[in-house]
Design a protein around this ligand. Sequence first.
Ligand SMILES: C[S@@+](CC[C@H](N)C(=O)[O-])C[C@H]1O[C@@H](n2cnc3c(N)ncnc32)[C@H](O)[C@@H]1O
Length: 204
Amino acid sequence: MGWYESEVLPRVIDVALSGKAFARIRGRVASGLEGEVLEVGFGAGPNVPHYPPAVTRVRAVDPALTGRKLAAKRIAASPIPVEFIGLDGQVLPLEDESVDHVLSTWTLCTIPDAERALGEVRRVLRPGGALHFVEHGRVPDPKVARWQDRLTPVQRRLFGGCHLNRPIDELVAAAGLDVEQVDTYFMKGPKVAGYMFEGVATKP
Ligand SMILES: C[S@@+](CC[C@H](N)C(=O)[O-])C[C@H]1O[C@@H](n2cnc3c(N)ncnc32)[C@H](O)[C@@H]1O
């Protein structure tokens, strides 16, 4: 990881994914989390203020160590302990069926092998536990989707490997999780990066 990706990008992302609209979404996605939670792509900890009181501990995974530094104040202000357990959502250092819930916000776009990461999520979730997610991804309109395919190589270079064109709902279902609920909508801004998948998927 170079200087731009390790030092600059975590700060840019922390600012870009802040504000009222993002906070509202984070609050919705975190609602219903309880017990032992794994957060994949913890970043600078923008979800920390949204963890419900029923969460007993969060285990955080992210390769960007600068994010941990940026998260320090949020973690200190929260009664919920956060433990950094690893750098890569594709290889989780956790026992099978060891967490109650998993949280992922705008991260499945960036993990190199999202299928593998979702396989790990399924493995570590207890039966009945759920993945709570919000992710941007592939637009159903083929014209926009074609632009997403064209622009993804540039996006990946500029934003730490971020793909514009991943079909998030299909990937979650293909991992063997039951998609209980998924809302799709556009946020303000360019359509190629603004189509959201917000939902909950349970391990059978
Ligand atoms: C767009 S940022 C989102 C950060 C945060 N989840 C949020 O909601 O603002 C994507 C995050 O995925 C992390 N990431 C990249 N590769 C990863 C991997 N292999 N495993 C886990 N996280 C990864 C990045 O470091 C970054 O923090």
